[in-house]
Structures are given as C-alpha cells and as structure tokens.
Ligand binder design. Sequence first.
Ligand SMILES: Cc1cc2nc3c(=O)[nH]c(=O)nc-3n(C[C@H](O)[C@H](O)[C@H](O)COP(=O)(O)OP(=O)(O)OC[C@H]3O[C@@H](n4cnc5c(N)ncnc54)[C@H](O)[C@@H]3O)c2cc1C
Ligand SMILES: NC(=O)c1ccc[n+]([C@@H]2O[C@H](COP(=O)([O-])OP(=O)(O)OC[C@H]3O[C@@H](n4cnc5c(N)ncnc54)[C@H](OP(=O)(O)O)[C@@H]3O)[C@@H](O)[C@H]2O)c1
Ligand SMILES: Cc1cc2nc3c(=O)[nH]c(=O)nc-3n(C[C@H](O)[C@H](O)[C@H](O)COP(=O)(O)O)c2cc1C
Length: 445
Amino acid sequence: MLLTSTWGEGEMPDNAATFWSQLNQNGTSPSLAGLRYSVLALGDLNYGDTFCQAGRMIDARLAELGAERVTDRVDCDVDFDLPARQWSSVTFAALNGSKATTPSPSTEEESTEFSKENPFPAALIANVRLNRAESSKDTRHIALSLSGSGLDYEVGDALGVFVQNHPAVVDDIIARHGFDPDAVVTLPDGAESPLRAALIGHYDCRKHYGITPSNSVPLSDWMESLRKLQPRLYSIASSLKSHPEEVHLCVSAVRYEVDGIQHQGVASTFLADRLKNGETTGVFVHKAAHFRLPSDPATPIIMVGPGTGIAPFRSFLEERQAIGASGRNWLFFGDQRRHWDYLYGEELDAWQQDGFLTRLDLAFSRDQAEKIYVQTRMIEQGAELWSWLEDGAHFYVCGDASRMAKDVDAALHQIIEQHGHRSADAAKEYVAILKKSKRYARDVY
Ligand SMILES: Cc1cc2nc3c(=O)[nH]c(=O)nc-3n(C[C@H](O)[C@H](O)[C@H](O)COP(=O)(O)OP(=O)(O)OC[C@H]3O[C@@H](n4cnc5c(N)ncnc54)[C@H](O)[C@@H]3O)c2cc1C
Ligand SMILES: NC(=O)c1ccc[n+]([C@@H]2O[C@H](COP(=O)([O-])OP(=O)(O)OC[C@H]3O[C@@H](n4cnc5c(N)ncnc54)[C@H](OP(=O)(O)O)[C@@H]3O)[C@@H](O)[C@H]2O)c1
Ligand SMILES: Cc1cc2nc3c(=O)[nH]c(=O)nc-3n(C[C@H](O)[C@H](O)[C@H](O)COP(=O)(O)O)c2cc1C
C-alpha cells in the first residue's frame, strides 16, 4: 500500500525521491512481476493539471514494471480523511483476501482534543509589522494564545489556521450576481446559513472576485461550483519553552493587482488586517515529522531561510537556546533591503553577538545593483559550509518553493562538487544520502 503527496509542480515529495529514481534507473529497473500494490495519492485540486501527479506517476510506473494493481488508485483532494480510510479498508481486504469493512469515523472526530476537525479558538495577542513603512513588503509577527488548549507543538511544526473571506469581497460577488445575501444556503457540513455568512466563513470565493458573470446562474447551481474554504498552514516561529501557551507566526500579507483589480490573500490579510486583538480564530497543529532538530543537541545545524522562511529557524534557535544545546548554529537569511526588511533583525543580531548564533550570513537582494541571494552567500562560504557538512551538520531550507529552494539545492550541489572534489553524480549521491539520513530537510511552499 503506497501513499504519496505531490510537491513542487507535480513533483515527488523529498521522502519519495530516492524510491522514484530507483524505479526509473536507466536500463536497470527491476521487474516487479508478482508484486501486488495500490496507490493512495494526496493532492490539491487547486494545482490543476498536476493534481496528484506523484501518485499517478508511481501507479503507472509500477504497472509498467509488471506489478499487479489490486485496487484502483484513489486521488484525494485536501479533505482526504474519508476517501483515504475507504481506500485503506478496501485495499487491505484485497491484499489479504478478506472482506472490506465500512470505515469507522476517525478517532480524531471522536476525540475531545483540539485538532483540524475540532480547532482551538486561539486569541490574537500580538500583530507587529516587521518591515519598515517604506518597504513594499508587509510581513507580520503574529502571536496567538494557546492558553487552556492543552495544545502542544514541537519546533518545526506548522499551525493550521481557519480564516474568513473579506466581507467586501463577498459583498462584491453577491452584488455582481444579483443574489439575495439573506438567501438560505447549505454549508459544507450540511447545516443551513444565510448566503453572506456562508461565503464569508465557509467557501472559497477567490475565482469569482471582480468578475461580472456573463449570464445569470441560479444560486443553487452556483453554490455547487464552490469549494470549501480551506485552512492555511504557517510555519511555527516560536518555541513553547520560550513562550509557554503561545504560538508565533511570521506571515507575509499577499496583495497584488491583476487587470487593474486589487486582490488580497484570504488568510494572510485576515491575520494581518481583519483579526483584532483579543478576537479568536480556529487553529490546529500540523505535525512536520520531516522537519525536526537533530536529536543530539551537540550536532551543528545550517539553516537557510529568506523572507518568511525565517519562521521555523527562530523557533529552532529559541529551542536550542532554551535547552542549552551545545551544537553550532549557522543561519542564512535574506530579504529585499537591510534597513526595511531585516525580519527579527534585533533578535538575530543579539544571538550573533552573544555567540549563540555561531554564523549569520545576510543577503539583501536590493541594496545593490546586482541581486545577492542566500545562495550567493552559501557559495562564498562554500569551503566552510562543506566542513560543517563533513562534521555532521543538518541542513535545513524554508521559504519559497518555486525559485529559492531549487536554487539553494543547486548551490548545495555546487559546493559539494567544488569543495568535496566530487563529480556531479557523486554530489547527487551525497545529497541523496543527506536526505535519506534526514540531514537535509525542507519546509517550502
Ligand atoms: C507548510 C507550509 C508552511 C507555510 N508557512 C508560511 C509562513 O511561515 N509564512 C507565510 O507567510 N506563508 C506560509 N505558508 C503559505 C501560506 O499557507 C499561504 O499559502 C499564504 O499565506 C497565502 O495564503 P492566502 O490565503 O493569504 O492567499 P490566497 O488567497 O490563497 O492567495 C494566494 C494565491 O494568489 C495568487 N497570487 C499571489 N500573488 C500573486 C501575484 N503577484 N500575481 C497573481 N496571482 C498571485 C496565487 O494564485 C496564489 O496561490 C506556508 C505554507 C505551507 C504549505
Ligand atoms: N509565486 C512566486 O513567484 C513567489 C515568489 C516569491 C515568494 N512567493 C511567495 O510569497 C510569500 C512571501 O514571500 P516571502 O516574504 O517569504 O519572501 P520572498 O518573496 O521569498 O523573498 C525573500 C527574499 O528572497 C529573494 N529571492 C527571490 N528569488 C530568489 C531566489 N531564486 N533564490 C533566493 N532568494 C530569492 C527575494 O529577492 P527579490 O525580491 O529582490 O528578488 C528576497 O530578498 C511566500 O508565500 C512565497 O511562497 C511566491
Ligand atoms: C509547495 C507545495 C506544492 C504542492 N504541489 C502540488 C501539486 O503539484 N499537485 C497536487 O495535487 N498537490 C500539490 N500540493 C498539495 C499537497 O500534495 C497536499 O497538500 C498534500 O495533502 C500534502 O500532504 P503532506 O502535508 O502530508 O505532505 C502541494 C503543496 C505544497 C505545499
């Protein structure tokens, strides 16, 4: 039984990369005749053509190599709980020759603990803009209270946050369609609600904003086309040891213009602009078992986190300081301009000055004519970075997936080739071993 999510643009997640390359070795791929399998693919329909692509590729490749598919692949959108449990029950029975049982409700649903199904209403206790007023960016330090929740998180985890659409966006959509804001509609959980409240709190309306419908659509048909509003994930930026009963986030407010219309990211601007101090929003802890500090506190760590990618590294540093970890800490941080965008600059400078942050390399991309990025600094410090890796350092990357994480990965390969005196293939092998031994971990989005 194989389960995989899809990452990047239709790519394998890091923990499936070695498996996938073994299935595709030129000319030496194994025959899998006699192997019985089934694939559960996790994905998100918002990704369009690459929906569940990793699962689809694994499913097709195993069949191509002669394995026998015992039950059809199931492709899951973000609400995967029920289809996943149905697939598991049917596939387990098919593999064992037993009868499939009807999946019981998940234990999470029965539990009284706070979870995605039963989010904790966390009150906003701080919302601080981390960029100076002159900056084109708007990144917020958000602190939420977990008091009374019993919620426990580990550094490296993300926080799931339930959010609301902007009321003005909803009003615009209702008016353009000529709907009655008080018309009674059905919510995703089957309950009934007036249309306006349903759209603010429960449905993803983004694709309808600022667009005049070409012909009138009955409300019931239109409602059918809507997807449920999903919670968003944010990397946790604090350690419970430094901030008991609190969770901190570093959130970049998404604002952009298309065809003269101003758009706002639903969740990031809900947190930045609309949630007021003392008001609550539902949260849950999203475990990130792949993104953990080394178990031995003496192990050195290298962290690469430009922009909001700094978030988990603030939590790592707080945690390592709180437990008195003796391992060396090296951070690469970057953003557009030092004077405007040095997120958590005072904390980082203080950690560097007292020697806890062994090395701090900064890359401000727009303070000079040519772009300087975190990978520029990595390459400049390549010999030292190589020696840390050889000393057993863990290497972490967080932040933008589409460009930064790929370029940092390329820089890492370049450093291993140059300073480790290895061929391109041997550098790839070195990186594969780092990943396999959980010494190269990424939290990118
Ligand atoms: C594991 C994980 C950790 C994360 N950690 C953090 C974090 O620490 N901090 C953080 O800020 N975010 C983080 N994110 C991202 C976060 O979850 C949200 O995706 C982000 O805040 C945007 O959500 P939103 O609801 O504000 O925007 P949405 O309403 O979802 O809008 C975003 C969409 O708008 C469109 N868009 C955005 N910019 C433009 C543009 N310039 N032109 C045209 N279209 C555009 C794109 O389609 C984009 O997908 C993380 C994501 C994951 C998966
Ligand atoms: N879809 C996209 O194209 C895109 C791109 C970036 C970020 N985002 C998203 O925007 C949100 C907020 O971003 P953020 O505030 O965390 O910061 P960010 O936009 O990632 O920027 C942080 C720093 O990284 C630099 N940068 C740009 N391209 C880079 C690259 N290829 N390699 C290394 N560094 C690079 C930026 O420089 P410059 O700005 O000067 O180039 C800036 O100095 C995140 O959700 C992120 O995923 C989306
Ligand atoms: C950076 C990033 C890229 C993603 N790319 C895709 C994609 O191309 N296709 C898709 O179907 N899902 C994509 N997803 C959605 C994930 O596959 C989905 O959320 C999955 O449930 C994640 O499971 P995990 O958190 O256990 O890794 C992407 C998610 C992220 C954060």
